[in-house]
Ligand binder design. Structure first.
Ligand code: MV4
Length: 444
Protein backbone atom coordinates (compact mmCIF):
# COMPACT_ATOMS: atom_id res chain seq x y z
CA UNK A 1 0.00 0.00 0.00
CA UNK A 2 1.32 3.46 -0.83
CA UNK A 3 1.13 5.87 2.08
CA UNK A 4 1.84 9.03 0.07
CA UNK A 5 1.49 9.97 -3.61
CA UNK A 6 2.77 13.08 -5.36
CA UNK A 7 0.21 14.55 -7.76
CA UNK A 8 2.15 15.99 -10.70
CA UNK A 9 -0.69 18.01 -12.16
CA UNK A 10 -3.20 20.82 -11.57
CA UNK A 11 -6.86 21.63 -12.21
CA UNK A 12 -9.71 19.15 -12.23
CA UNK A 13 -7.52 16.08 -12.81
CA UNK A 14 -5.37 16.91 -9.79
CA UNK A 15 -8.56 17.00 -7.69
CA UNK A 16 -9.74 13.74 -9.23
CA UNK A 17 -6.45 12.07 -8.21
CA UNK A 18 -6.42 13.63 -4.72
CA UNK A 19 -10.01 12.46 -4.09
CA UNK A 20 -9.21 8.88 -5.18
CA UNK A 21 -6.18 8.87 -2.86
CA UNK A 22 -8.21 10.20 0.10
CA UNK A 23 -10.78 7.45 -0.36
CA UNK A 24 -7.99 4.85 -0.47
CA UNK A 25 -6.43 6.26 2.70
CA UNK A 26 -3.36 7.58 0.89
CA UNK A 27 -1.87 10.99 1.70
CA UNK A 28 -1.13 13.41 -1.14
CA UNK A 29 1.50 15.99 -1.99
CA UNK A 30 0.46 18.64 -4.48
CA UNK A 31 2.97 20.57 -6.54
CA UNK A 32 2.06 23.98 -7.88
CA UNK A 33 3.42 26.85 -9.91
CA UNK A 34 3.63 30.49 -8.84
CA UNK A 35 0.39 31.12 -10.78
CA UNK A 36 -1.48 28.42 -8.85
CA UNK A 37 -1.07 29.32 -5.16
CA UNK A 38 -4.84 29.90 -4.93
CA UNK A 39 -5.75 26.70 -6.76
CA UNK A 40 -8.00 24.04 -5.27
CA UNK A 41 -5.46 21.23 -5.63
CA UNK A 42 -3.16 23.15 -3.27
CA UNK A 43 -5.85 23.36 -0.58
CA UNK A 44 -7.23 19.83 -0.98
CA UNK A 45 -3.91 17.98 -0.84
CA UNK A 46 -2.32 17.14 2.53
CA UNK A 47 0.84 19.03 1.58
CA UNK A 48 1.75 21.38 -1.24
CA UNK A 49 5.10 22.47 -2.62
CA UNK A 50 5.70 25.35 -5.01
CA UNK A 51 7.96 24.01 -7.76
CA UNK A 52 8.51 26.96 -10.06
CA UNK A 53 7.28 29.79 -12.26
CA UNK A 54 3.88 29.95 -13.94
CA UNK A 55 4.97 28.49 -17.24
CA UNK A 56 4.28 24.77 -17.34
CA UNK A 57 7.68 24.01 -18.85
CA UNK A 58 9.32 25.53 -15.75
CA UNK A 59 7.05 23.91 -13.14
CA UNK A 60 4.62 21.07 -13.93
CA UNK A 61 6.99 19.73 -16.58
CA UNK A 62 10.20 20.15 -14.61
CA UNK A 63 11.31 16.59 -13.90
CA UNK A 64 14.09 17.48 -11.44
CA UNK A 65 11.82 19.71 -9.31
CA UNK A 66 9.22 16.98 -9.18
CA UNK A 67 11.71 14.26 -8.26
CA UNK A 68 13.24 16.49 -5.53
CA UNK A 69 9.77 17.09 -4.13
CA UNK A 70 9.08 13.34 -4.02
CA UNK A 71 12.31 12.88 -2.06
CA UNK A 72 11.78 15.78 0.35
CA UNK A 73 8.12 14.91 0.99
CA UNK A 74 8.95 11.21 1.26
CA UNK A 75 6.30 10.09 -1.25
CA UNK A 76 6.43 6.63 -2.84
CA UNK A 77 4.69 7.26 -6.13
CA UNK A 78 3.87 9.91 -8.74
CA UNK A 79 0.53 10.24 -10.50
CA UNK A 80 1.03 12.33 -13.66
CA UNK A 81 -2.65 12.77 -14.65
CA UNK A 82 -3.00 13.82 -18.32
CA UNK A 83 -1.01 16.44 -20.24
CA UNK A 84 2.26 17.82 -18.81
CA UNK A 85 4.50 14.79 -18.02
CA UNK A 86 1.83 12.10 -18.40
CA UNK A 87 3.52 10.61 -21.46
CA UNK A 88 7.09 11.38 -20.53
CA UNK A 89 9.08 8.15 -20.83
CA UNK A 90 11.96 10.20 -19.38
CA UNK A 91 10.08 10.82 -16.11
CA UNK A 92 8.97 7.17 -15.93
CA UNK A 93 12.59 6.08 -16.44
CA UNK A 94 13.95 8.41 -13.75
CA UNK A 95 11.30 7.01 -11.40
CA UNK A 96 12.31 3.43 -12.21
CA UNK A 97 15.94 4.28 -11.46
CA UNK A 98 15.12 6.08 -8.20
CA UNK A 99 12.74 3.51 -6.72
CA UNK A 100 9.71 5.78 -7.18
CA UNK A 101 6.56 4.17 -8.59
CA UNK A 102 5.31 5.99 -11.70
CA UNK A 103 1.57 5.36 -11.89
CA UNK A 104 1.39 4.26 -15.51
CA UNK A 105 3.07 1.73 -17.79
CA UNK A 106 6.83 1.08 -17.91
CA UNK A 107 9.12 3.69 -19.46
CA UNK A 108 10.00 1.28 -22.30
CA UNK A 109 6.31 0.77 -23.18
CA UNK A 110 5.75 4.53 -23.09
CA UNK A 111 8.74 5.10 -25.37
CA UNK A 112 7.55 2.39 -27.77
CA UNK A 113 4.00 3.78 -28.06
CA UNK A 114 5.32 7.35 -28.21
CA UNK A 115 6.95 6.50 -31.53
CA UNK A 116 4.00 6.24 -33.92
CA UNK A 117 5.99 4.12 -36.40
CA UNK A 118 6.97 1.59 -33.73
CA UNK A 119 3.44 1.69 -32.30
CA UNK A 120 1.96 0.91 -35.69
CA UNK A 121 4.44 -1.91 -36.27
CA UNK A 122 3.48 -3.42 -32.91
CA UNK A 123 -0.23 -3.03 -33.69
CA UNK A 124 0.20 -4.73 -37.06
CA UNK A 125 2.28 -7.51 -35.49
CA UNK A 126 -0.48 -8.19 -32.95
CA UNK A 127 -2.98 -8.71 -35.79
CA UNK A 128 -4.66 -5.31 -35.51
CA UNK A 129 -6.15 -3.84 -38.71
CA UNK A 130 -4.09 -0.84 -39.91
CA UNK A 131 -4.45 1.49 -42.89
CA UNK A 132 -2.02 0.72 -45.69
CA UNK A 133 1.27 2.48 -44.93
CA UNK A 134 4.97 2.86 -45.61
CA UNK A 135 5.87 0.18 -42.97
CA UNK A 136 8.80 2.30 -41.84
CA UNK A 137 10.08 5.89 -41.83
CA UNK A 138 10.26 7.54 -45.26
CA UNK A 139 13.72 8.94 -45.97
CA UNK A 140 13.56 10.86 -49.26
CA UNK A 141 11.23 12.25 -51.88
CA UNK A 142 11.66 9.35 -54.26
CA UNK A 143 10.72 6.84 -51.59
CA UNK A 144 7.75 9.05 -50.64
CA UNK A 145 6.57 9.05 -54.29
CA UNK A 146 6.97 5.30 -54.75
CA UNK A 147 5.04 4.46 -51.62
CA UNK A 148 2.33 7.09 -52.24
CA UNK A 149 1.71 5.77 -55.76
CA UNK A 150 1.40 2.28 -54.36
CA UNK A 151 -1.04 3.38 -51.66
CA UNK A 152 -2.94 5.73 -53.97
CA UNK A 153 -3.73 9.42 -53.38
CA UNK A 154 -4.79 11.10 -51.18
CA UNK A 155 -2.20 10.10 -48.59
CA UNK A 156 -1.35 11.48 -45.16
CA UNK A 157 2.18 12.25 -44.06
CA UNK A 158 2.53 11.90 -40.31
CA UNK A 159 5.37 12.65 -37.90
CA UNK A 160 6.84 9.61 -36.13
CA UNK A 161 6.82 11.54 -32.87
CA UNK A 162 3.60 13.41 -33.63
CA UNK A 163 0.26 12.32 -32.32
CA UNK A 164 -2.67 14.48 -31.45
CA UNK A 165 -2.64 15.60 -35.08
CA UNK A 166 0.44 17.79 -34.94
CA UNK A 167 2.68 17.63 -38.00
CA UNK A 168 0.20 15.93 -40.36
CA UNK A 169 0.08 16.76 -44.07
CA UNK A 170 -2.71 15.70 -46.41
CA UNK A 171 -1.49 15.21 -49.97
CA UNK A 172 -3.99 14.97 -52.84
CA UNK A 173 -1.72 14.80 -55.90
CA UNK A 174 1.68 13.62 -57.07
CA UNK A 175 2.52 17.22 -57.97
CA UNK A 176 2.22 18.45 -54.37
CA UNK A 177 3.90 15.46 -52.71
CA UNK A 178 7.46 16.81 -52.84
CA UNK A 179 6.77 20.13 -51.15
CA UNK A 180 4.44 18.59 -48.56
CA UNK A 181 7.03 15.94 -47.76
CA UNK A 182 9.74 18.52 -47.05
CA UNK A 183 7.32 20.74 -45.12
CA UNK A 184 6.18 17.78 -43.01
CA UNK A 185 9.79 16.90 -42.17
CA UNK A 186 10.66 20.49 -41.26
CA UNK A 187 7.56 20.83 -39.08
CA UNK A 188 8.26 17.48 -37.42
CA UNK A 189 11.79 18.60 -36.64
CA UNK A 190 10.80 21.92 -35.13
CA UNK A 191 7.95 20.42 -33.09
CA UNK A 192 9.49 17.12 -31.96
CA UNK A 193 13.24 17.52 -32.60
CA UNK A 194 12.99 14.54 -34.94
CA UNK A 195 12.24 14.81 -38.64
CA UNK A 196 11.14 11.23 -39.18
CA UNK A 197 7.81 10.87 -41.00
CA UNK A 198 5.74 8.01 -42.41
CA UNK A 199 3.00 7.81 -45.01
CA UNK A 200 -0.45 6.33 -44.66
CA UNK A 201 -3.63 5.90 -46.69
CA UNK A 202 -6.10 8.70 -45.95
CA UNK A 203 -9.35 7.67 -44.33
CA UNK A 204 -12.19 10.05 -45.25
CA UNK A 205 -14.59 11.49 -42.70
CA UNK A 206 -13.85 8.88 -40.07
CA UNK A 207 -15.13 8.64 -36.53
CA UNK A 208 -12.68 8.63 -33.67
CA UNK A 209 -13.55 5.74 -31.38
CA UNK A 210 -11.28 4.49 -28.62
CA UNK A 211 -11.14 1.44 -26.38
CA UNK A 212 -10.24 1.71 -22.69
CA UNK A 213 -8.06 -1.09 -21.42
CA UNK A 214 -6.95 -2.01 -17.92
CA UNK A 215 -3.96 -4.30 -17.30
CA UNK A 216 -2.45 -5.44 -14.01
CA UNK A 217 1.20 -6.37 -13.45
CA UNK A 218 0.37 -10.10 -13.47
CA UNK A 219 -0.71 -10.41 -17.09
CA UNK A 220 -4.47 -9.89 -16.64
CA UNK A 221 -6.05 -7.50 -19.14
CA UNK A 222 -9.63 -6.40 -19.73
CA UNK A 223 -11.23 -3.80 -21.98
CA UNK A 224 -13.99 -1.49 -20.76
CA UNK A 225 -15.75 -0.82 -24.04
CA UNK A 226 -15.48 2.21 -26.28
CA UNK A 227 -15.80 5.96 -26.18
CA UNK A 228 -17.06 7.96 -29.16
CA UNK A 229 -14.82 11.03 -29.40
CA UNK A 230 -15.49 12.39 -32.88
CA UNK A 231 -16.72 15.79 -31.75
CA UNK A 232 -13.52 17.79 -31.62
CA UNK A 233 -11.96 20.94 -32.99
CA UNK A 234 -8.28 21.12 -33.89
CA UNK A 235 -7.72 17.81 -32.10
CA UNK A 236 -9.28 19.12 -28.89
CA UNK A 237 -12.24 16.94 -28.03
CA UNK A 238 -15.20 18.83 -26.60
CA UNK A 239 -17.76 16.06 -26.25
CA UNK A 240 -17.34 12.35 -25.61
CA UNK A 241 -19.83 9.58 -25.04
CA UNK A 242 -20.07 5.92 -24.16
CA UNK A 243 -21.22 3.71 -25.69
CA UNK A 244 -20.88 4.80 -29.34
CA UNK A 245 -24.05 4.87 -31.46
CA UNK A 246 -22.36 2.83 -34.21
CA UNK A 247 -20.71 0.13 -32.11
CA UNK A 248 -22.84 -2.95 -31.58
CA UNK A 249 -21.93 -5.80 -29.24
CA UNK A 250 -20.14 -7.72 -31.98
CA UNK A 251 -18.00 -4.76 -33.13
CA UNK A 252 -17.26 -3.89 -29.48
CA UNK A 253 -16.01 -7.39 -28.93
CA UNK A 254 -13.80 -7.29 -32.04
CA UNK A 255 -12.32 -3.87 -31.22
CA UNK A 256 -11.93 -4.80 -27.56
CA UNK A 257 -10.21 -8.07 -28.36
CA UNK A 258 -7.86 -6.33 -30.80
CA UNK A 259 -6.95 -3.76 -28.12
CA UNK A 260 -6.37 -6.44 -25.47
CA UNK A 261 -4.24 -8.48 -27.90
CA UNK A 262 -2.03 -5.48 -28.61
CA UNK A 263 -1.71 -4.74 -24.89
CA UNK A 264 -0.76 -8.39 -24.22
CA UNK A 265 1.79 -8.49 -26.99
CA UNK A 266 3.66 -5.42 -25.70
CA UNK A 267 3.38 -6.39 -22.02
CA UNK A 268 1.28 -3.32 -21.28
CA UNK A 269 0.46 -2.48 -17.66
CA UNK A 270 -1.90 0.02 -15.98
CA UNK A 271 -4.65 1.92 -17.83
CA UNK A 272 -4.38 2.70 -21.51
CA UNK A 273 -6.45 3.67 -24.51
CA UNK A 274 -6.25 2.31 -28.02
CA UNK A 275 -7.51 4.88 -30.53
CA UNK A 276 -9.17 3.82 -33.76
CA UNK A 277 -10.39 5.47 -36.92
CA UNK A 278 -13.73 3.98 -37.96
CA UNK A 279 -14.88 4.52 -41.54
CA UNK A 280 -18.45 4.74 -42.83
CA UNK A 281 -18.52 0.97 -43.45
CA UNK A 282 -17.57 0.46 -39.78
CA UNK A 283 -14.11 -0.83 -40.65
CA UNK A 284 -11.78 0.05 -37.80
CA UNK A 285 -8.09 0.85 -38.03
CA UNK A 286 -5.46 1.36 -35.34
CA UNK A 287 -4.48 5.03 -34.96
CA UNK A 288 -2.38 5.28 -31.80
CA UNK A 289 -2.20 4.22 -28.17
CA UNK A 290 -2.39 6.61 -25.23
CA UNK A 291 -0.45 5.50 -22.19
CA UNK A 292 -2.24 7.74 -19.66
CA UNK A 293 -5.59 8.30 -17.98
CA UNK A 294 -7.59 10.48 -20.37
CA UNK A 295 -9.74 13.58 -19.92
CA UNK A 296 -12.80 11.60 -21.04
CA UNK A 297 -12.35 8.66 -18.62
CA UNK A 298 -15.52 9.58 -16.63
CA UNK A 299 -17.93 8.34 -19.33
CA UNK A 300 -16.37 4.89 -19.00
CA UNK A 301 -16.59 5.14 -15.20
CA UNK A 302 -20.28 5.99 -15.42
CA UNK A 303 -21.27 3.04 -17.60
CA UNK A 304 -19.00 0.46 -15.94
CA UNK A 305 -19.39 1.60 -12.33
CA UNK A 306 -15.60 1.43 -11.90
CA UNK A 307 -13.35 4.12 -10.40
CA UNK A 308 -10.53 4.24 -12.93
CA UNK A 309 -8.25 6.40 -10.79
CA UNK A 310 -8.47 3.93 -7.90
CA UNK A 311 -7.88 1.07 -10.35
CA UNK A 312 -4.73 2.82 -11.64
CA UNK A 313 -3.39 3.20 -8.12
CA UNK A 314 -4.25 -0.38 -7.11
CA UNK A 315 -2.56 -1.73 -10.24
CA UNK A 316 0.56 0.36 -9.50
CA UNK A 317 0.62 -1.14 -5.98
CA UNK A 318 0.78 -4.60 -7.56
CA UNK A 319 -2.83 -5.64 -6.94
CA UNK A 320 -4.53 -8.04 -9.31
CA UNK A 321 -7.54 -6.90 -11.34
CA UNK A 322 -10.69 -7.61 -9.36
CA UNK A 323 -12.78 -8.04 -12.49
CA UNK A 324 -12.69 -10.44 -15.44
CA UNK A 325 -13.84 -9.60 -18.96
CA UNK A 326 -17.21 -11.31 -18.49
CA UNK A 327 -17.70 -9.26 -15.31
CA UNK A 328 -17.50 -6.00 -17.27
CA UNK A 329 -21.07 -4.81 -17.78
CA UNK A 330 -21.94 -1.62 -19.61
CA UNK A 331 -25.00 0.10 -18.24
CA UNK A 332 -26.86 3.04 -19.73
CA UNK A 333 -25.42 5.96 -21.65
CA UNK A 334 -23.01 8.66 -20.55
CA UNK A 335 -22.00 11.94 -22.20
CA UNK A 336 -19.25 14.30 -21.12
CA UNK A 337 -18.74 17.82 -22.38
CA UNK A 338 -15.77 20.04 -21.73
CA UNK A 339 -16.36 23.60 -20.59
CA UNK A 340 -13.50 25.81 -21.73
CA UNK A 341 -12.79 29.40 -20.71
CA UNK A 342 -12.84 30.69 -24.28
CA UNK A 343 -14.88 32.78 -26.67
CA UNK A 344 -17.60 30.46 -28.06
CA UNK A 345 -17.33 32.02 -31.53
CA UNK A 346 -13.60 32.63 -32.00
CA UNK A 347 -12.28 29.93 -29.62
CA UNK A 348 -9.79 32.49 -28.26
CA UNK A 349 -8.95 31.69 -24.61
CA UNK A 350 -10.70 33.86 -22.01
CA UNK A 351 -8.73 33.76 -18.76
CA UNK A 352 -9.66 35.95 -15.77
CA UNK A 353 -11.51 36.08 -12.48
CA UNK A 354 -14.70 34.07 -12.01
CA UNK A 355 -17.09 36.57 -10.44
CA UNK A 356 -20.28 34.49 -10.32
CA UNK A 357 -20.67 30.74 -10.36
CA UNK A 358 -23.55 28.32 -10.12
CA UNK A 359 -22.76 24.64 -10.65
CA UNK A 360 -25.90 22.57 -11.30
CA UNK A 361 -26.54 19.04 -10.10
CA UNK A 362 -29.37 16.55 -9.80
CA UNK A 363 -29.60 12.81 -10.43
CA UNK A 364 -27.08 11.36 -12.89
CA UNK A 365 -25.02 14.56 -13.01
CA UNK A 366 -21.31 14.80 -12.23
CA UNK A 367 -19.21 17.94 -12.53
CA UNK A 368 -15.43 17.57 -12.37
CA UNK A 369 -13.90 20.99 -11.84
CA UNK A 370 -11.37 22.92 -9.77
CA UNK A 371 -12.94 26.38 -10.15
CA UNK A 372 -14.77 28.39 -7.48
CA UNK A 373 -16.30 31.83 -7.24
CA UNK A 374 -13.44 34.34 -7.00
CA UNK A 375 -10.92 31.99 -8.65
CA UNK A 376 -8.67 33.52 -11.24
CA UNK A 377 -8.33 31.30 -14.35
CA UNK A 378 -4.66 31.67 -15.31
CA UNK A 379 -3.69 32.25 -18.92
CA UNK A 380 -0.75 29.84 -18.79
CA UNK A 381 -2.55 26.51 -19.07
CA UNK A 382 -5.23 24.61 -20.94
CA UNK A 383 -8.58 26.49 -21.03
CA UNK A 384 -10.51 23.46 -19.68
CA UNK A 385 -12.29 24.63 -16.50
CA UNK A 386 -14.97 21.98 -15.98
CA UNK A 387 -16.28 18.69 -17.28
CA UNK A 388 -19.98 17.98 -17.10
CA UNK A 389 -20.84 14.29 -17.19
CA UNK A 390 -24.34 12.87 -17.28
CA UNK A 391 -25.48 9.27 -16.99
CA UNK A 392 -28.92 8.03 -18.04
CA UNK A 393 -30.57 4.85 -19.24
CA UNK A 394 -30.72 5.98 -22.85
CA UNK A 395 -28.82 8.37 -25.12
CA UNK A 396 -31.94 10.48 -25.71
CA UNK A 397 -32.33 11.01 -21.96
CA UNK A 398 -28.64 11.82 -21.62
CA UNK A 399 -28.95 14.55 -24.26
CA UNK A 400 -32.02 16.03 -22.54
CA UNK A 401 -30.26 15.95 -19.17
CA UNK A 402 -27.05 17.50 -20.48
CA UNK A 403 -29.06 20.30 -22.17
CA UNK A 404 -30.82 20.96 -18.87
CA UNK A 405 -27.54 21.09 -16.94
CA UNK A 406 -25.85 23.37 -19.50
CA UNK A 407 -28.83 25.76 -19.38
CA UNK A 408 -28.57 25.91 -15.56
CA UNK A 409 -24.79 26.37 -15.49
CA UNK A 410 -23.89 29.98 -14.77
CA UNK A 411 -20.38 31.42 -14.97
CA UNK A 412 -19.56 35.13 -15.10
CA UNK A 413 -16.19 36.82 -15.43
CA UNK A 414 -14.82 34.56 -18.14
CA UNK A 415 -16.40 33.61 -21.46
CA UNK A 416 -17.12 29.93 -21.98
CA UNK A 417 -18.09 27.57 -24.79
CA UNK A 418 -21.38 26.67 -23.04
CA UNK A 419 -23.45 28.37 -25.80
CA UNK A 420 -21.72 26.18 -28.41
CA UNK A 421 -22.35 23.03 -26.35
CA UNK A 422 -26.05 23.96 -26.05
CA UNK A 423 -26.19 24.34 -29.85
CA UNK A 424 -24.64 20.90 -30.30
CA UNK A 425 -27.33 19.36 -28.04
CA UNK A 426 -30.00 20.75 -30.42
CA UNK A 427 -28.27 19.65 -33.62
CA UNK A 428 -30.25 17.09 -35.64
CA UNK A 429 -27.18 15.19 -36.81
CA UNK A 430 -25.87 15.00 -33.25
CA UNK A 431 -29.25 13.82 -31.98
CA UNK A 432 -29.30 11.17 -34.72
CA UNK A 433 -25.77 10.09 -33.74
CA UNK A 434 -24.62 11.13 -37.18
CA UNK A 435 -21.14 12.47 -36.37
CA UNK A 436 -17.59 12.27 -37.67
CA UNK A 437 -14.38 14.22 -37.06
CA UNK A 438 -15.62 17.09 -39.29
CA UNK A 439 -18.84 17.58 -37.30
CA UNK A 440 -17.81 20.80 -35.53
CA UNK A 441 -16.62 22.60 -38.67
CA UNK A 442 -20.30 23.49 -39.27
CA UNK A 443 -20.35 25.50 -36.04
CA UNK A 444 -17.62 28.04 -36.81
C1 MV4 B 1 -5.81 10.07 -39.85
C2 MV4 B 1 -6.98 10.62 -40.42
C3 MV4 B 1 -7.41 10.11 -41.62
N1 MV4 B 1 -6.72 9.13 -42.22
N2 MV4 B 1 -5.17 9.09 -40.48
C4 MV4 B 1 -5.47 13.09 -36.19
C5 MV4 B 1 -4.78 12.89 -34.90
C6 MV4 B 1 -3.82 11.81 -35.11
N3 MV4 B 1 -3.88 10.94 -34.00
C7 MV4 B 1 -4.22 11.13 -36.35
N4 MV4 B 1 -5.29 11.90 -36.91
C8 MV4 B 1 -5.90 11.52 -38.04
N5 MV4 B 1 -5.31 10.51 -38.71
C9 MV4 B 1 -5.61 8.64 -41.65
N6 MV4 B 1 -4.93 7.69 -42.26
C10 MV4 B 1 -7.61 11.66 -39.74
C11 MV4 B 1 -7.06 12.13 -38.56
C12 MV4 B 1 -7.77 13.21 -37.94
C13 MV4 B 1 -8.47 13.04 -36.74
C14 MV4 B 1 -8.52 11.83 -36.07
C15 MV4 B 1 -9.20 11.71 -34.88
C16 MV4 B 1 -9.86 12.78 -34.35
C17 MV4 B 1 -9.84 13.98 -34.97
C18 MV4 B 1 -9.16 14.14 -36.18
C19 MV4 B 1 -9.15 15.37 -36.82
C20 MV4 B 1 -8.47 15.52 -37.99
C21 MV4 B 1 -7.77 14.45 -38.54
Amino acid sequence: MFSKILVANRGEIALRIIRACKELGIRTVAVYSEADSNSMHVSLADEAVCIGPARGSESYMNISSIISTVEVADAEAIHPGYGFLAESAALAEVCENCGIKFIGPSSSTMRLMGNKIEAKKEAEKSGMPVLQWSKTGVKDEKEAMDISKKIGFPVLIKAAHGGGGRGMKLVHTQASLGSSFHLAKREAFSAFADEEVFIERYCEQPRHIEIQIMADEHGNIVHLGERECSIQRRHQKILEEAPSMVVDEKLRQRMGEAAVKLAKSIGYTNLGTVEFLVDKYKNFYFMEMNTRIQVEHPVTEMITGLDLLKEQIRIAMGDRLRIKQRGVELEGHSIECRINAEDPKTFVPSPGKITELYIPGGPGVRVDTAIYCGYNVPSYYDPLIAKVIVHCETRAEAITRLSRVLEEFHIAGVKTNIPLLIEVMKDHDFIAGNVNIDFLSRFS
